[in-house]
Design a protein. Structure first.
Length: 579
Protein backbone atom coordinates (compact mmCIF):
# COMPACT_ATOMS: atom_id res chain seq x y z
CA UNK A 1 0.00 0.00 0.00
CA UNK A 2 1.30 3.41 -0.82
CA UNK A 3 2.37 5.64 2.06
CA UNK A 4 0.02 8.41 0.96
CA UNK A 5 -3.07 6.29 1.66
CA UNK A 6 -1.81 5.45 5.12
CA UNK A 7 -1.36 9.16 5.76
CA UNK A 8 -4.87 9.83 4.45
CA UNK A 9 -6.34 7.21 6.75
CA UNK A 10 -4.46 8.51 9.77
CA UNK A 11 -5.51 12.07 8.93
CA UNK A 12 -9.14 10.98 8.84
CA UNK A 13 -8.83 9.56 12.33
CA UNK A 14 -9.40 5.96 11.29
CA UNK A 15 -7.05 4.48 13.86
CA UNK A 16 -8.44 3.88 17.32
CA UNK A 17 -11.33 6.36 17.28
CA UNK A 18 -13.62 5.56 14.37
CA UNK A 19 -17.09 4.13 14.73
CA UNK A 20 -17.99 3.01 11.20
CA UNK A 21 -21.55 3.31 9.95
CA UNK A 22 -21.28 0.02 8.04
CA UNK A 23 -20.85 -3.19 9.94
CA UNK A 24 -20.73 -6.08 7.48
CA UNK A 25 -21.15 -9.09 9.75
CA UNK A 26 -23.20 -12.22 9.28
CA UNK A 27 -26.84 -12.32 10.38
CA UNK A 28 -26.19 -14.66 13.33
CA UNK A 29 -23.00 -13.32 14.88
CA UNK A 30 -23.07 -15.66 17.86
CA UNK A 31 -22.85 -18.88 15.82
CA UNK A 32 -19.09 -18.78 15.38
CA UNK A 33 -18.62 -18.48 19.13
CA UNK A 34 -21.03 -21.34 19.75
CA UNK A 35 -18.84 -23.47 17.52
CA UNK A 36 -15.87 -22.29 19.61
CA UNK A 37 -13.89 -20.77 16.77
CA UNK A 38 -12.60 -17.24 17.20
CA UNK A 39 -12.88 -15.31 13.93
CA UNK A 40 -11.33 -12.15 12.55
CA UNK A 41 -14.66 -10.43 13.13
CA UNK A 42 -14.38 -11.16 16.85
CA UNK A 43 -11.19 -9.12 17.20
CA UNK A 44 -11.64 -6.31 14.67
CA UNK A 45 -13.98 -3.97 12.85
CA UNK A 46 -13.92 -2.58 9.33
CA UNK A 47 -12.50 0.93 9.53
CA UNK A 48 -12.98 2.71 6.20
CA UNK A 49 -15.76 1.58 3.91
CA UNK A 50 -16.94 5.13 3.32
CA UNK A 51 -15.99 6.59 -0.09
CA UNK A 52 -13.24 9.20 -0.37
CA UNK A 53 -14.48 12.57 -1.64
CA UNK A 54 -12.22 14.38 -4.11
CA UNK A 55 -12.49 17.92 -5.44
CA UNK A 56 -11.00 20.15 -8.11
CA UNK A 57 -11.44 23.39 -10.04
CA UNK A 58 -11.78 22.90 -13.78
CA UNK A 59 -12.61 24.57 -17.08
CA UNK A 60 -15.51 23.66 -19.37
CA UNK A 61 -15.07 24.69 -23.00
CA UNK A 62 -17.09 24.47 -26.25
CA UNK A 63 -20.20 26.10 -24.78
CA UNK A 64 -22.56 27.81 -27.20
CA UNK A 65 -22.09 31.34 -25.86
CA UNK A 66 -23.47 30.46 -22.40
CA UNK A 67 -20.19 30.62 -20.47
CA UNK A 68 -20.78 34.03 -18.94
CA UNK A 69 -17.35 35.60 -19.34
CA UNK A 70 -14.56 36.23 -16.83
CA UNK A 71 -15.44 34.70 -13.43
CA UNK A 72 -15.29 36.91 -10.31
CA UNK A 73 -12.06 36.89 -8.31
CA UNK A 74 -11.93 34.07 -5.78
CA UNK A 75 -9.72 31.31 -4.43
CA UNK A 76 -11.25 29.04 -7.09
CA UNK A 77 -10.21 31.37 -9.87
CA UNK A 78 -6.69 31.69 -8.44
CA UNK A 79 -6.40 27.89 -8.32
CA UNK A 80 -7.57 27.56 -11.93
CA UNK A 81 -5.24 30.34 -13.14
CA UNK A 82 -2.27 28.65 -11.46
CA UNK A 83 -3.19 25.35 -13.06
CA UNK A 84 -3.52 26.89 -16.53
CA UNK A 85 -0.20 28.69 -16.07
CA UNK A 86 1.47 25.39 -15.14
CA UNK A 87 0.11 23.90 -18.36
CA UNK A 88 1.71 26.62 -20.43
CA UNK A 89 -1.43 28.63 -21.29
CA UNK A 90 -0.33 32.17 -22.17
CA UNK A 91 -3.58 34.13 -22.57
CA UNK A 92 -5.30 33.00 -19.38
CA UNK A 93 -7.61 36.02 -19.16
CA UNK A 94 -8.64 35.55 -22.75
CA UNK A 95 -9.48 31.91 -22.16
CA UNK A 96 -11.47 32.64 -18.99
CA UNK A 97 -13.26 35.62 -20.57
CA UNK A 98 -14.55 33.66 -23.55
CA UNK A 99 -18.36 33.24 -23.55
CA UNK A 100 -17.78 29.67 -24.70
CA UNK A 101 -15.81 28.72 -21.57
CA UNK A 102 -16.58 28.71 -17.85
CA UNK A 103 -14.90 27.87 -14.55
CA UNK A 104 -16.49 24.93 -12.72
CA UNK A 105 -16.22 22.93 -9.52
CA UNK A 106 -15.62 19.21 -10.09
CA UNK A 107 -16.39 16.62 -7.40
CA UNK A 108 -16.30 12.84 -7.33
CA UNK A 109 -16.24 9.97 -4.88
CA UNK A 110 -13.79 7.06 -4.85
CA UNK A 111 -15.56 4.01 -3.40
CA UNK A 112 -13.65 1.88 -0.92
CA UNK A 113 -12.05 -1.05 -2.69
CA UNK A 114 -11.62 0.80 -6.02
CA UNK A 115 -8.59 0.09 -8.13
CA UNK A 116 -6.23 2.34 -10.02
CA UNK A 117 -7.73 3.04 -13.42
CA UNK A 118 -11.36 2.50 -12.39
CA UNK A 119 -13.85 4.94 -13.97
CA UNK A 120 -15.76 7.27 -11.65
CA UNK A 121 -18.60 9.72 -12.12
CA UNK A 122 -17.81 13.45 -11.87
CA UNK A 123 -20.35 16.10 -10.86
CA UNK A 124 -19.90 19.54 -12.41
CA UNK A 125 -21.31 22.59 -10.59
CA UNK A 126 -20.84 26.33 -10.89
CA UNK A 127 -19.25 28.46 -8.17
CA UNK A 128 -21.23 31.23 -6.47
CA UNK A 129 -21.70 34.36 -8.60
CA UNK A 130 -20.94 32.47 -11.81
CA UNK A 131 -22.60 34.11 -14.82
CA UNK A 132 -22.77 30.86 -16.82
CA UNK A 133 -26.33 30.07 -17.88
CA UNK A 134 -25.91 26.53 -19.23
CA UNK A 135 -23.34 23.72 -19.31
CA UNK A 136 -25.09 21.94 -22.18
CA UNK A 137 -22.75 20.78 -24.92
CA UNK A 138 -19.62 21.63 -22.92
CA UNK A 139 -16.44 19.63 -22.56
CA UNK A 140 -14.50 19.39 -19.30
CA UNK A 141 -10.79 19.95 -19.87
CA UNK A 142 -8.56 17.54 -17.95
CA UNK A 143 -8.89 18.40 -14.26
CA UNK A 144 -6.95 17.07 -11.25
CA UNK A 145 -8.98 16.06 -8.17
CA UNK A 146 -7.60 16.03 -4.63
CA UNK A 147 -8.81 14.92 -1.23
CA UNK A 148 -9.18 17.63 1.40
CA UNK A 149 -9.32 17.52 5.18
CA UNK A 150 -10.03 20.05 7.91
CA UNK A 151 -6.78 21.21 9.46
CA UNK A 152 -8.18 20.57 12.93
CA UNK A 153 -8.63 16.88 12.20
CA UNK A 154 -4.98 16.59 11.26
CA UNK A 155 -3.71 18.98 13.94
CA UNK A 156 -6.06 19.62 16.90
CA UNK A 157 -4.19 22.85 17.65
CA UNK A 158 -4.92 24.38 14.24
CA UNK A 159 -6.93 27.60 14.21
CA UNK A 160 -10.08 28.28 12.19
CA UNK A 161 -11.82 26.02 9.65
CA UNK A 162 -9.05 25.93 7.07
CA UNK A 163 -8.92 22.88 4.79
CA UNK A 164 -5.71 21.22 3.73
CA UNK A 165 -5.27 19.83 0.23
CA UNK A 166 -4.10 16.25 0.23
CA UNK A 167 -3.03 14.05 -2.67
CA UNK A 168 -4.04 13.94 -6.32
CA UNK A 169 -6.28 10.89 -6.34
CA UNK A 170 -8.31 11.23 -9.56
CA UNK A 171 -8.36 12.91 -12.97
CA UNK A 172 -11.53 14.05 -14.74
CA UNK A 173 -12.17 14.89 -18.39
CA UNK A 174 -14.95 14.46 -20.89
CA UNK A 175 -18.24 15.55 -22.41
CA UNK A 176 -20.57 17.24 -19.93
CA UNK A 177 -24.18 16.06 -19.76
CA UNK A 178 -26.60 18.67 -18.43
CA UNK A 179 -30.35 19.11 -18.31
CA UNK A 180 -31.70 15.55 -18.10
CA UNK A 181 -35.29 16.83 -18.03
CA UNK A 182 -38.49 14.89 -17.59
CA UNK A 183 -37.08 11.78 -15.94
CA UNK A 184 -40.35 11.07 -14.17
CA UNK A 185 -42.41 10.99 -17.36
CA UNK A 186 -41.55 7.46 -18.44
CA UNK A 187 -42.98 4.09 -17.52
CA UNK A 188 -40.03 3.20 -15.38
CA UNK A 189 -38.77 3.01 -11.84
CA UNK A 190 -36.26 5.83 -11.50
CA UNK A 191 -33.30 5.19 -9.24
CA UNK A 192 -33.39 7.16 -6.00
CA UNK A 193 -29.60 7.25 -5.67
CA UNK A 194 -28.17 10.74 -6.15
CA UNK A 195 -24.54 11.47 -6.88
CA UNK A 196 -22.54 13.46 -4.38
CA UNK A 197 -23.39 17.13 -4.44
CA UNK A 198 -26.64 16.69 -6.38
CA UNK A 199 -29.85 18.20 -5.03
CA UNK A 200 -33.32 16.98 -5.96
CA UNK A 201 -34.45 20.31 -7.38
CA UNK A 202 -31.32 20.59 -9.51
CA UNK A 203 -31.76 17.35 -11.44
CA UNK A 204 -32.81 19.02 -14.68
CA UNK A 205 -30.88 22.26 -14.31
CA UNK A 206 -28.64 23.16 -17.28
CA UNK A 207 -26.23 24.53 -14.67
CA UNK A 208 -25.63 21.08 -13.20
CA UNK A 209 -23.52 18.70 -15.25
CA UNK A 210 -22.21 15.17 -15.06
CA UNK A 211 -19.35 13.35 -16.72
CA UNK A 212 -20.42 9.76 -16.21
CA UNK A 213 -17.39 7.51 -16.13
CA UNK A 214 -15.21 10.47 -17.13
CA UNK A 215 -13.15 10.47 -13.96
CA UNK A 216 -10.24 8.05 -13.50
CA UNK A 217 -9.03 6.75 -10.15
CA UNK A 218 -5.26 7.32 -9.88
CA UNK A 219 -4.65 5.30 -6.71
CA UNK A 220 -6.12 2.17 -5.14
CA UNK A 221 -7.63 3.14 -1.79
CA UNK A 222 -7.34 0.13 0.52
CA UNK A 223 -9.85 -1.01 3.05
CA UNK A 224 -8.65 -1.32 6.61
CA UNK A 225 -9.38 -3.53 9.59
CA UNK A 226 -8.92 -1.94 12.99
CA UNK A 227 -8.29 -4.27 15.92
CA UNK A 228 -10.51 -3.88 18.95
CA UNK A 229 -8.93 -1.93 21.78
CA UNK A 230 -8.21 -5.02 23.87
CA UNK A 231 -6.66 -6.84 20.87
CA UNK A 232 -4.17 -4.24 19.65
CA UNK A 233 -0.98 -6.26 19.61
CA UNK A 234 1.55 -6.64 16.81
CA UNK A 235 1.32 -10.45 16.82
CA UNK A 236 -2.50 -10.38 16.51
CA UNK A 237 -2.36 -7.87 13.66
CA UNK A 238 0.23 -10.03 11.89
CA UNK A 239 -1.91 -13.13 12.43
CA UNK A 240 -5.01 -11.44 10.99
CA UNK A 241 -3.08 -10.49 7.83
CA UNK A 242 -1.59 -13.98 7.60
CA UNK A 243 -4.96 -15.73 7.82
CA UNK A 244 -6.51 -13.46 5.18
CA UNK A 245 -3.65 -14.15 2.78
CA UNK A 246 -3.94 -17.90 3.43
CA UNK A 247 -7.67 -17.81 2.71
CA UNK A 248 -7.25 -16.02 -0.62
CA UNK A 249 -4.05 -17.54 -2.06
CA UNK A 250 -2.70 -15.78 -5.10
CA UNK A 251 -4.92 -12.72 -4.63
CA UNK A 252 -2.36 -9.93 -4.70
CA UNK A 253 -2.88 -6.22 -5.26
CA UNK A 254 -0.04 -5.18 -7.56
CA UNK A 255 3.17 -6.38 -5.94
CA UNK A 256 1.67 -6.36 -2.44
CA UNK A 257 0.03 -9.10 -0.42
CA UNK A 258 -3.75 -8.86 -0.18
CA UNK A 259 -3.52 -8.00 3.54
CA UNK A 260 -0.68 -6.41 5.47
CA UNK A 261 -0.33 -5.29 9.08
CA UNK A 262 0.83 -1.66 9.20
CA UNK A 263 1.07 -1.38 12.97
CA UNK A 264 -0.29 -3.08 16.06
CA UNK A 265 -3.87 -1.97 15.36
CA UNK A 266 -4.28 -1.47 11.61
CA UNK A 267 -4.39 -4.07 8.82
CA UNK A 268 -4.65 -2.85 5.22
CA UNK A 269 -6.89 -4.97 3.05
CA UNK A 270 -7.16 -5.32 -0.73
CA UNK A 271 -10.13 -6.76 -2.63
CA UNK A 272 -9.82 -9.89 -4.85
CA UNK A 273 -11.18 -9.33 -8.36
CA UNK A 274 -14.22 -11.59 -7.96
CA UNK A 275 -15.54 -9.51 -5.05
CA UNK A 276 -15.13 -6.07 -6.61
CA UNK A 277 -18.85 -5.66 -7.27
CA UNK A 278 -20.01 -7.08 -3.94
CA UNK A 279 -17.89 -5.50 -1.24
CA UNK A 280 -20.32 -6.25 1.66
CA UNK A 281 -20.17 -9.97 0.84
CA UNK A 282 -16.38 -9.92 0.77
CA UNK A 283 -16.16 -8.19 4.14
CA UNK A 284 -18.55 -10.70 5.70
CA UNK A 285 -16.31 -13.50 4.44
CA UNK A 286 -13.17 -11.80 5.79
CA UNK A 287 -14.75 -11.35 9.22
CA UNK A 288 -15.79 -15.02 9.24
CA UNK A 289 -12.25 -16.38 8.74
CA UNK A 290 -11.14 -18.45 11.80
CA UNK A 291 -8.22 -16.64 13.40
CA UNK A 292 -6.30 -19.12 15.53
CA UNK A 293 -6.11 -22.09 13.14
CA UNK A 294 -7.75 -23.80 10.17
CA UNK A 295 -10.49 -26.06 11.55
CA UNK A 296 -9.93 -29.75 10.67
CA UNK A 297 -11.96 -31.23 7.82
CA UNK A 298 -13.88 -33.65 10.03
CA UNK A 299 -14.03 -31.36 13.09
CA UNK A 300 -17.16 -30.18 14.92
CA UNK A 301 -16.99 -26.65 13.48
CA UNK A 302 -17.27 -27.81 9.87
CA UNK A 303 -19.90 -30.44 10.72
CA UNK A 304 -22.04 -27.84 12.44
CA UNK A 305 -21.77 -25.48 9.48
CA UNK A 306 -22.71 -28.28 7.07
CA UNK A 307 -25.89 -28.89 9.09
CA UNK A 308 -26.70 -25.19 9.35
CA UNK A 309 -26.27 -24.75 5.60
CA UNK A 310 -29.33 -26.96 5.02
CA UNK A 311 -31.50 -24.95 7.43
CA UNK A 312 -33.07 -21.85 5.77
CA UNK A 313 -32.93 -20.01 9.11
CA UNK A 314 -29.12 -20.31 9.24
CA UNK A 315 -28.09 -21.00 5.66
CA UNK A 316 -26.81 -17.50 4.83
CA UNK A 317 -24.44 -17.23 7.77
CA UNK A 318 -23.32 -20.84 7.36
CA UNK A 319 -22.48 -20.35 3.66
CA UNK A 320 -20.39 -17.28 4.49
CA UNK A 321 -18.39 -19.24 7.07
CA UNK A 322 -17.96 -22.19 4.73
CA UNK A 323 -16.72 -19.82 2.02
CA UNK A 324 -14.26 -18.41 4.55
CA UNK A 325 -12.87 -21.93 5.10
CA UNK A 326 -11.82 -22.21 1.47
CA UNK A 327 -11.52 -25.12 -0.96
CA UNK A 328 -12.43 -27.89 1.49
CA UNK A 329 -15.98 -26.49 1.72
CA UNK A 330 -16.73 -26.99 -1.99
CA UNK A 331 -18.20 -30.54 -1.76
CA UNK A 332 -20.61 -29.46 1.00
CA UNK A 333 -21.72 -26.42 -0.99
CA UNK A 334 -22.19 -28.40 -4.20
CA UNK A 335 -24.35 -30.96 -2.40
CA UNK A 336 -26.60 -28.15 -1.12
CA UNK A 337 -27.46 -27.16 -4.71
CA UNK A 338 -29.92 -30.09 -4.74
CA UNK A 339 -31.85 -29.01 -1.63
CA UNK A 340 -35.59 -28.19 -1.92
CA UNK A 341 -35.25 -24.78 -0.24
CA UNK A 342 -34.50 -22.06 -2.80
CA UNK A 343 -32.75 -20.00 -0.12
CA UNK A 344 -30.36 -22.87 0.68
CA UNK A 345 -29.62 -23.36 -3.01
CA UNK A 346 -28.98 -19.64 -3.38
CA UNK A 347 -26.61 -19.47 -0.39
CA UNK A 348 -24.59 -22.40 -1.71
CA UNK A 349 -24.52 -21.16 -5.32
CA UNK A 350 -23.47 -17.64 -4.33
CA UNK A 351 -20.59 -18.95 -2.22
CA UNK A 352 -19.45 -21.22 -5.07
CA UNK A 353 -19.50 -18.29 -7.51
CA UNK A 354 -17.13 -16.22 -5.38
CA UNK A 355 -14.97 -19.31 -4.89
CA UNK A 356 -14.77 -19.48 -8.72
CA UNK A 357 -16.63 -22.75 -9.16
CA UNK A 358 -18.77 -22.88 -12.35
CA UNK A 359 -21.13 -25.44 -10.77
CA UNK A 360 -23.10 -22.42 -9.53
CA UNK A 361 -24.12 -21.17 -12.98
CA UNK A 362 -27.31 -23.13 -13.65
CA UNK A 363 -28.78 -22.50 -10.20
CA UNK A 364 -27.99 -18.79 -10.07
CA UNK A 365 -29.63 -18.26 -13.48
CA UNK A 366 -32.69 -20.25 -12.44
CA UNK A 367 -33.08 -18.29 -9.21
CA UNK A 368 -32.60 -14.96 -11.01
CA UNK A 369 -35.65 -15.85 -13.12
CA UNK A 370 -37.83 -17.37 -10.42
CA UNK A 371 -37.00 -15.33 -7.31
CA UNK A 372 -37.11 -11.53 -7.76
CA UNK A 373 -36.04 -11.05 -4.15
CA UNK A 374 -32.71 -12.75 -4.96
CA UNK A 375 -32.30 -11.44 -8.51
CA UNK A 376 -29.72 -8.71 -7.91
CA UNK A 377 -27.54 -11.02 -5.79
CA UNK A 378 -27.72 -13.81 -8.39
CA UNK A 379 -26.82 -11.57 -11.32
CA UNK A 380 -23.90 -10.01 -9.42
CA UNK A 381 -22.59 -13.46 -8.51
CA UNK A 382 -22.88 -14.64 -12.12
CA UNK A 383 -21.00 -11.56 -13.31
CA UNK A 384 -18.20 -12.23 -10.81
CA UNK A 385 -17.24 -15.52 -12.46
CA UNK A 386 -15.78 -15.29 -15.96
CA UNK A 387 -16.74 -18.78 -17.06
CA UNK A 388 -18.52 -19.86 -20.24
CA UNK A 389 -21.61 -21.09 -18.41
CA UNK A 390 -22.04 -17.76 -16.63
CA UNK A 391 -21.66 -15.85 -19.89
CA UNK A 392 -24.15 -18.12 -21.61
CA UNK A 393 -26.71 -17.80 -18.83
CA UNK A 394 -26.47 -14.01 -18.76
CA UNK A 395 -26.95 -13.96 -22.53
CA UNK A 396 -30.06 -16.14 -22.17
CA UNK A 397 -31.48 -13.92 -19.42
CA UNK A 398 -31.19 -10.87 -21.70
CA UNK A 399 -33.89 -12.52 -23.83
CA UNK A 400 -36.46 -12.87 -21.04
CA UNK A 401 -39.58 -10.69 -20.77
CA UNK A 402 -38.96 -9.00 -17.41
CA UNK A 403 -37.28 -5.59 -17.91
CA UNK A 404 -35.22 -5.67 -14.71
CA UNK A 405 -34.03 -9.19 -15.40
CA UNK A 406 -33.06 -8.31 -18.97
CA UNK A 407 -31.20 -5.13 -18.13
CA UNK A 408 -29.63 -6.65 -15.01
CA UNK A 409 -28.26 -9.49 -17.16
CA UNK A 410 -26.91 -7.01 -19.73
CA UNK A 411 -25.24 -5.00 -16.99
CA UNK A 412 -23.75 -8.16 -15.50
CA UNK A 413 -22.33 -9.29 -18.82
CA UNK A 414 -20.90 -5.85 -19.52
CA UNK A 415 -19.10 -5.55 -16.17
CA UNK A 416 -17.79 -9.09 -16.63
CA UNK A 417 -16.24 -8.12 -19.98
CA UNK A 418 -17.22 -4.97 -21.86
CA UNK A 419 -15.44 -6.36 -24.94
CA UNK A 420 -17.83 -9.30 -25.19
CA UNK A 421 -19.40 -9.17 -28.68
CA UNK A 422 -22.84 -9.65 -27.14
CA UNK A 423 -22.70 -6.29 -25.36
CA UNK A 424 -20.16 -4.23 -27.29
CA UNK A 425 -21.69 -0.91 -28.22
CA UNK A 426 -21.08 2.05 -30.51
CA UNK A 427 -20.27 5.49 -29.12
CA UNK A 428 -22.37 8.16 -30.83
CA UNK A 429 -21.12 11.75 -31.14
CA UNK A 430 -18.65 11.06 -28.31
CA UNK A 431 -21.68 11.50 -26.05
CA UNK A 432 -23.27 8.13 -25.29
CA UNK A 433 -23.20 4.41 -25.99
CA UNK A 434 -25.74 2.59 -28.14
CA UNK A 435 -26.00 -1.17 -27.64
CA UNK A 436 -28.06 -3.60 -29.72
CA UNK A 437 -28.38 -6.93 -27.91
CA UNK A 438 -30.41 -10.17 -27.71
CA UNK A 439 -31.37 -9.90 -31.38
CA UNK A 440 -33.97 -12.71 -31.37
CA UNK A 441 -35.84 -11.55 -28.27
CA UNK A 442 -38.92 -9.33 -27.77
CA UNK A 443 -38.13 -5.67 -28.55
CA UNK A 444 -37.50 -3.28 -25.65
CA UNK A 445 -35.65 0.00 -25.11
CA UNK A 446 -33.70 0.87 -21.95
CA UNK A 447 -31.71 3.95 -20.96
CA UNK A 448 -29.94 5.24 -17.86
CA UNK A 449 -30.32 8.56 -16.06
CA UNK A 450 -27.14 8.10 -13.98
CA UNK A 451 -23.81 6.25 -13.90
CA UNK A 452 -23.38 5.83 -17.66
CA UNK A 453 -24.84 7.49 -20.78
CA UNK A 454 -26.21 4.49 -22.65
CA UNK A 455 -29.21 3.28 -24.59
CA UNK A 456 -29.75 -0.46 -24.96
CA UNK A 457 -31.99 -1.82 -27.70
CA UNK A 458 -33.16 -5.37 -26.92
CA UNK A 459 -34.49 -7.45 -29.81
CA UNK A 460 -34.53 -6.83 -33.54
CA UNK A 461 -36.90 -4.02 -34.41
CA UNK A 462 -37.66 -0.93 -32.39
CA UNK A 463 -39.65 1.29 -34.74
CA UNK A 464 -41.22 4.71 -34.63
CA UNK A 465 -44.83 4.54 -35.83
CA UNK A 466 -46.06 7.35 -38.10
CA UNK A 467 -47.52 9.91 -37.99
CA UNK A 468 -45.46 11.94 -35.52
CA UNK A 469 -43.84 15.32 -35.03
CA UNK A 470 -41.40 15.32 -32.14
CA UNK A 471 -39.59 18.42 -30.91
CA UNK A 472 -36.33 17.01 -29.53
CA UNK A 473 -34.11 19.06 -27.25
CA UNK A 474 -33.69 22.70 -28.17
CA UNK A 475 -32.70 22.35 -31.82
CA UNK A 476 -34.11 19.17 -33.39
CA UNK A 477 -37.36 17.87 -34.82
CA UNK A 478 -38.16 14.34 -36.00
CA UNK A 479 -41.21 14.11 -38.27
CA UNK A 480 -43.11 11.69 -40.48
CA UNK A 481 -46.55 11.77 -42.11
CA UNK A 482 -49.05 8.91 -41.95
CA UNK A 483 -48.05 7.16 -45.18
CA UNK A 484 -44.33 7.92 -45.03
CA UNK A 485 -41.80 5.10 -45.08
CA UNK A 486 -38.98 7.37 -43.89
CA UNK A 487 -38.74 10.13 -41.29
CA UNK A 488 -37.01 13.50 -41.46
CA UNK A 489 -34.58 14.76 -38.81
CA UNK A 490 -33.99 18.52 -38.85
CA UNK A 491 -31.67 20.76 -36.87
CA UNK A 492 -32.42 24.46 -36.41
CA UNK A 493 -29.53 26.27 -34.73
CA UNK A 494 -28.82 29.94 -34.11
CA UNK A 495 -25.13 29.40 -34.86
CA UNK A 496 -25.24 26.73 -37.58
CA UNK A 497 -27.09 26.43 -40.88
CA UNK A 498 -30.32 24.46 -41.02
CA UNK A 499 -29.69 20.75 -41.69
CA UNK A 500 -32.02 17.92 -42.70
CA UNK A 501 -31.62 14.15 -42.95
CA UNK A 502 -33.93 11.33 -43.89
CA UNK A 503 -33.68 7.78 -42.62
CA UNK A 504 -35.80 4.72 -41.91
CA UNK A 505 -38.25 4.50 -39.01
CA UNK A 506 -35.88 2.12 -37.23
CA UNK A 507 -34.92 3.63 -33.86
CA UNK A 508 -31.26 2.67 -34.20
CA UNK A 509 -31.07 4.50 -37.56
CA UNK A 510 -32.79 7.56 -36.11
CA UNK A 511 -30.43 7.73 -33.13
CA UNK A 512 -27.41 7.34 -35.43
CA UNK A 513 -28.53 10.16 -37.72
CA UNK A 514 -29.54 12.39 -34.81
CA UNK A 515 -26.02 12.02 -33.40
CA UNK A 516 -24.43 12.76 -36.78
CA UNK A 517 -26.37 16.03 -36.85
CA UNK A 518 -24.90 16.91 -33.44
CA UNK A 519 -27.48 15.38 -31.10
CA UNK A 520 -26.27 14.65 -27.57
CA UNK A 521 -27.40 12.07 -25.00
CA UNK A 522 -29.95 14.50 -23.54
CA UNK A 523 -31.47 14.86 -27.02
CA UNK A 524 -31.60 11.08 -27.51
CA UNK A 525 -33.31 10.61 -24.12
CA UNK A 526 -35.76 13.40 -24.94
CA UNK A 527 -36.61 11.63 -28.19
CA UNK A 528 -37.29 8.36 -26.36
CA UNK A 529 -39.45 10.01 -23.72
CA UNK A 530 -41.59 11.99 -26.16
CA UNK A 531 -42.03 9.10 -28.57
CA UNK A 532 -43.09 6.91 -25.66
CA UNK A 533 -45.48 9.51 -24.21
CA UNK A 534 -47.19 9.90 -27.58
CA UNK A 535 -47.40 6.15 -28.15
CA UNK A 536 -45.20 6.36 -31.25
CA UNK A 537 -42.79 3.56 -30.32
CA UNK A 538 -43.49 -0.04 -31.26
CA UNK A 539 -42.18 -1.37 -27.91
CA UNK A 540 -41.91 -0.44 -24.25
CA UNK A 541 -39.31 2.00 -22.89
CA UNK A 542 -37.71 1.63 -19.46
CA UNK A 543 -35.26 3.73 -17.49
CA UNK A 544 -32.92 2.57 -14.72
CA UNK A 545 -34.52 -0.88 -14.55
CA UNK A 546 -31.78 -2.33 -12.37
CA UNK A 547 -32.76 -5.00 -9.80
CA UNK A 548 -32.20 -3.74 -6.25
CA UNK A 549 -30.23 -5.91 -3.86
CA UNK A 550 -31.90 -6.85 -0.58
CA UNK A 551 -29.89 -6.40 2.59
CA UNK A 552 -28.54 -9.66 3.96
CA UNK A 553 -30.49 -9.16 7.19
CA UNK A 554 -33.74 -8.97 5.20
CA UNK A 555 -32.88 -12.20 3.39
CA UNK A 556 -32.05 -13.79 6.71
CA UNK A 557 -35.53 -12.92 7.99
CA UNK A 558 -37.04 -14.62 4.93
CA UNK A 559 -35.17 -17.76 5.94
CA UNK A 560 -36.69 -17.59 9.41
CA UNK A 561 -40.24 -17.27 8.04
CA UNK A 562 -42.23 -20.25 9.40
CA UNK A 563 -44.10 -20.59 6.10
CA UNK A 564 -40.81 -21.19 4.32
CA UNK A 565 -39.81 -23.86 6.81
CA UNK A 566 -43.19 -25.56 6.55
CA UNK A 567 -43.53 -25.72 2.77
CA UNK A 568 -40.43 -24.92 0.73
CA UNK A 569 -42.09 -25.78 -2.56
CA UNK A 570 -44.70 -23.03 -2.24
CA UNK A 571 -42.32 -20.23 -1.36
CA UNK A 572 -41.60 -18.73 -4.79
CA UNK A 573 -45.05 -17.12 -4.89
CA UNK A 574 -44.63 -15.38 -1.54
CA UNK A 575 -42.09 -12.89 -2.77
CA UNK A 576 -43.28 -11.93 -6.25
CA UNK A 577 -44.18 -8.49 -4.90
CA UNK A 578 -40.45 -7.74 -4.73
CA UNK A 579 -40.53 -7.05 -8.47
Amino acid sequence: MKVRWLIVLLGLGLVGCLHPKFRPQSPDDAEAKEAQERTIGDVSKVANVEPTSVFGVGLVVNLNGTGGGLPPSSDYRTTLENDLKARGVRDINGMLSSPNNTMVIVTAEIPAGSRKGDPLDAIITLPDQSRCTSLKGGYLVQCELYNYELAKRVNPNAQGNKSLRGYKLAMAEGRVLAGMEGKGQVRAEISQTKPVGEREDDDDSPKLGRVWGGCTCLESPPLALELNTDQQQARIAARVAERINETFPGARIGNDQLASAKNRSLIMLGVPSQYRHNLPHYLRVVRAIPLDHVPPKDGPYRRKLADQLLDPAHTLSASIRLEALGEDSVPVLKAALKEPSFLVRFAAAEALAYMRKPACGEELARLAKEQPVLRAHCLTALASLDESICRRKLEELMGEKDAKLRYGAFHGLRIMDDRDPEVTGTKLNNSYWLHQVAKDSPPMVHYLTSRRPEIVLFGDSQMLVAPFRLAVGEEFTVTANRDDTVCTISRFSATKSVAHRQCSMNLADILQNLAELGGMYTDAVDLLQKADQQGRLSCEVFADAMPKAKDVQELDQIGKDPKLRANVGAMPNLFQAEQ
